[in-house]
Design a binder for this molecule. Structure first.
Ligand SMILES: Nc1ncnc2c1ncn2[C@@H]1O[C@H](COP(=O)(O)OP(=O)(O)OP(=O)(O)O)[C@@H](O)[C@H]1O
Ligand SMILES: [Mg+2]
Length: 291
């Protein structure tokens, strides 16, 4: 499903003295098949935007088309939309509620796929838990509150992917995880992307994560899209990003230091690519080694 937003605006508490304009005309297209990143300073409208994509926030200004769903249409079938567009909130583990892991994960299924038999439901829950790296038999009867922080997050993600949404949106999915937890989470997202999950949209503060994982990204600033493109093209614009209070990946900072010393490494800012190109330059000798 392609996502096309045009002139999207949104104001919280619009009719009160506390009105906060969160989106000021977002134009953005995310194609089916992308692993799309959304970055931007705190308060730039990222969460407000992604919550429009499965109508957790109803459209009030502009237009939004998600596949065949026209979100401006009052008759839009929101249940059908939410079954196909899954949303993992920031710190989703705070939304675990059931007495057992199994009951928590199957909640979405009971809501969206009422027709499933008990056996089919159990096997879908088992598959979702295995997908997030948890052993169904050993965790199904446990209270989600007894699990570690990382395991709780996995259970929460399992509760969303159990319905196999075609579009999976995650708001800061790796926030608060240690480096290994972050790496495993990204591997998990890549493992499901390209199968039943056709499109992944991640909101992130971590520029390295965006550079390493995304096909394209959008930079939000003050409720609008300030840049959109391949991560390499975005991270070459380090000065503009700095003006928006944003950093660049470690590799982009290294490339910049090299450039200041007269060595121009054309890199796509992933660690592997950066290391390969710097080593190639080193092995070639000459200008690289002389500096
Ligand atoms: N529930 C709310 N009520 C009132 N104002 C809100 C609410 N949620 C967000 N806002 C305001 O809307 C603007 C955009 O917020 P949003 O949460 O979309 O930004 P964000 O880019 O996700 O920020 P962060 O990086 O901190 O998560 C901010 O000015 C924020 O204060
Ligand atoms: Mg947010």
């Amino acid at each position: 499903m392609q996502i096309v937003a045009k002139g999207l605006t949104y104001t919280y508490d619009a009719k009160s003295p506390f009105a906060a304009q969160a989106l000021r005309g977002v134009d953005l297209t995310i194609d089916e098949g992308e692993f799309f990143g959304i970055i931007g300073h705190t308060g730039s409208g990222k969460s407000t935007f992604v919550q429009h994509l499965n109508a957790l926030i109803r459209l009030t200004g502009g237009s939004l088309q998600v596949g065949e769903f026209d979100l401006a249409d009052k008759k839009c079938d929101l249940r059908a939309l939410r079954r196909r567009v899954g949303m993992v909130f920031q710190y989703p583990e705070y939304q675990l509620f059931a007495e057992t892991v199994e009951k928590d994960v199957e909640f979405g299924l009971k809501n969206f796929q009422k027709e499933l038999s008990d056996a089919d439901r159990a096997s879908a829950v088992a598959e979702a838990l295995e997908t997030v790296g948890l052993d169904y038999e050993s965790v199904r009867g446990q209270s989600p509150f007894e699990l570690s922080g990382g395991q709780k997050r996995r259970v929460a993600i399992a509760g969303v992917i159990v319905t196999k949404p075609e579009v999976l949106i995650l708001d800061e999915p790796a926030a608060g995880l240690d480096p290994l937890g972050k790496k495993e989470l990204m591997e998990l997202l890549h493992a499901i992307h390209g199968g039943w999950c056709k499109t992944v949209v991640v909101v992130s503060h971590d520029m390295d994560e965006i550079a390493e994982n995304c096909t394209r990204a959008a930079v939000f600033e003050k409720g609008k899209v300030a840049m959109c493109g391949a991560p390499a093209d975005i991270f070459r614009r380090a000065d503009e990003l700095a003006e928006m209070g944003l950093d660049v990946p470690v590799t982009a900072r290294c490339a910049r230091i090299l450039r200041e010393r007269g060595i121009d490494v054309d890199t796509n800012f992933t660690c592997d690519d950066f290391a390969r190109k710097v080593i190639a330059l080193w092995e070639k000798g000459g200008e690289g080694r002389a500096q």
